[in-house]
Each structure stands twice: as C-alpha cells, then as structure tokens.
Write a protein that binds this ligand. Sequence first.
Ligand code: DOR
Length: 432
Amino acid sequence: MIKWKNRSEFWITGAEIAAPGRKKPAPGCIHLKRGIIEELVWKKSVETDLPVLELDGYLLTPGFVDIHTHLREPGYEEKETIATGTSAAIAGGFTTVACMANTDPVVDDPSVVRYILDRNEQAGNCRLYVIAAVTRNLEGRDINEFGLLREAGAAALSDDGKYIANARVMRSALEYAGMLELPVISHCEEISLSAEGLMNEGYYSTKLGLAGIPAETEETAVYRDVALAGLTGSRLHVAHASTAGTVEIIRRAKERQIPVTAEVTPHHLTMDDSMLQDYDRNLKVNPPLRSREDVDIMLDALSSGVIDCISTDHAPHNEIDKEVEFDLAPPGMIGLQTAFALLNTELVETGKLGIAQLVALMTESPARVLGIPAGTLDKGAPADLAVIDPDEQWVYDRENNRSISSNSPLIGRKLTGRVQGVFVGGKWTSTV
Ligand code: DOR
C-alpha cells in the first residue's frame, strides 16, 4: 500500500509514465502544484527541495475517464449510489465519469442535474459529468430544454437504454443539441427488430433455444443516426458499438467527414456469445455479447481509430433482479472496477494491444469525445492520475467489490494489473 500525506506541491518520481500520444511508457517525473500538473520531465529522478513521492515499479497514467456509467441515483439506490459507484470508479483508476440519465426521476430537468452534482460533491471521490436525457421521461416524444440542462451542468445528451424510434424527434434533437455544441449519444437498437430477443442471433442462440437479436438491430439504427448526423451536421456519439457492420458504417461516415464518434465496452472486447452456454445472467447485456468474429473486429476498429474509445457501460443490478430465469433478468453488468485489469489481462498481456494504446483509449480519447478537460498529462491539466501495479495478480471478489451490486461475470476471476490509488486534483486516495 502506498502511503502518502497530502501536500499542495510535490514531485512524483521513479514511475513508468504512460502518456497519451506516446508509443510506450517511459520513466518520468511529474510536478504537481495546487491540484494541477505543473511539469512532466522524461527522467527517472529530479533534484528538488520539494517533497517527493517515489513510485519505483509502478505505472503512472492520467486518471481514466468513463463516459458511460449508470449510477442509479436518484431512484434506484438499492442497486448503486453516487458514492458507491464513484468509489468503484476510483478503485478502477477512473478519476472522471459521466453518468447516464435513466434514473428515477429521469435526468430531464435542471434540478436533477444539480442534485446529482451536489451528491457527488458530498461523496468526494472523483469528478462527475451528467448526461441529461434527450426526451421527457425517456419516452422518445418531447424534446427536453437542452439550454437549461446545459446551464445546470449537463455535458451531453442521451436516452441511453432506449432508442429514439422517431427519426423526426432525433433530427430535431440533433439540430437543437448542435446549436448548443452538446453531443447526442445514441443507444442504437431498432427495437422492432430485437423484439423479444435475449442474446445475439446466430449459432449459439439456435443451440441454446434463446430468441436472437440480430446484428442488424444495431446496424439499422446506427445507419439512420449517422444519416441524421450528416443531415444536421451535429455531433453524434454511438454508445456501446458491438458489431462488424456498425464498424463499417462508422468507417464510411468518418471518411465522408460526418461528425460521428463511437465507443466499445470492455465486455464487447473480451467476451462472446459462446460464453452464454451456462445461462449466466451476468452475461446478459444490451447490446448482447456478439460472435467471436465481431469481438475481433471491434479490437481492430479500436487500433485503426474507427472506434474512438472504451467506455464501461457500468450497469448495476441486484442479485434479486438477476436471480430469475434468463429471459426475465434485466440486461447489464458492472465494470468500473475491473475495466483496466480485464483489458490488461486479456489484451495487453496477450500482446493484442499495447499498454500505452489501452491507456489512451481510456483517457484522452473519451475526454475528447465529450470535450472535457481530462485524460492528459499536459502542463496546466488537472492533476488527476492513476497509480497502477501492472504485475499484481489479484482476485476480484465480493469483499473487494465496491459496488452495491455484484452483477459481474468476473467475480472470482484472477486478473493481472491492479490500481493502487488515484490522485484527483492532486489529492491522493489509496484504493487497496
Ligand atoms: O446492458 C445494459 N444495461 N444496456 C443498456 O443500454 C442499459 C443498461 C442499464 O441501464 O441497465
């Protein structure tokens, strides 16, 4: 455990630093002053009279940024609260998260935005951005007062969990959001096609006798929203992209300079539909786990820049909700605390993705999608950092899980790479 008494000005020395824009981590030292990054030098040590935190053997990164988290407060505090969700976040190395609007009440009124921001101040774990709903009560009909929501602090707009089925509503939403320079995040799911589906449609849905959700459920929705982003010229972000066809649509949209970005979750990068053979309800997510071919293509799309960033879609549900027949279980899995360790174990350790690339996809890239000041080690940036032991092997279990919910297929799994703690605005919190 790293011991450190908070000070307003000091150096961190000795660590390997993974800075976005660099191909590989390298030894470096960082000077932190009054909550911001004063200087980064690419040397193993510095001569200074200031206090020094020596982090030999550790990996130092910008604090991770998650732009797709469900915190469940207000309304579903039995699943997660802002305090517990952000506690899981910092244990996973995230110093900034953005939370989705499908709470109760829905985040469709400025008072709810302010409530969430206040509750986060009280919790004091990490920075929080609020994503407000596009439509009143997520009903897909009446567009909310985006101007007032932005004034209250909303950073983006989304009806995540639901697709805005009416194309005219979506067009108007993009036009209005575009004027305010707020990105619209779309949950792309043509619901009339997914119907009663429970898992990816293909070999395994046939084998298991579970109704399928075809890839086209997502792709037809992505196609429509990309077309509307082209029509309006407004910023569209595609949430939890999961299929090869989606990658192709986004690749072509980017070639045509349509302002679209997209994210992929850690689970869609590491898990496929063959894993559902034990009917584990914690593997039931929306969009569903896809075929192995899709999983491989998602990784290629990250490497080539077609998909912009990694987002967790941390979606807490209680055991009592999940301990039902597969068709009745709500979709979603938690992921804030394990995102880095899972991807480090499955992708970095196996040589499929470089560590510096993974760090960039969890820091600078998501921050750029939302246009928020996070995820960099540039001079003047907030002193938000994650300290990681890249070699520590640990078991994620019910004891060390910080979420109220434990709906993760990774409970009991041995993972490599553990976040030791974070600096948020220069203030240290140990998480082990
Ligand atoms: O699996 C999911 N769960 N996907 C979503 O889009 C919504 C989320 C939730 O809120 O539980």
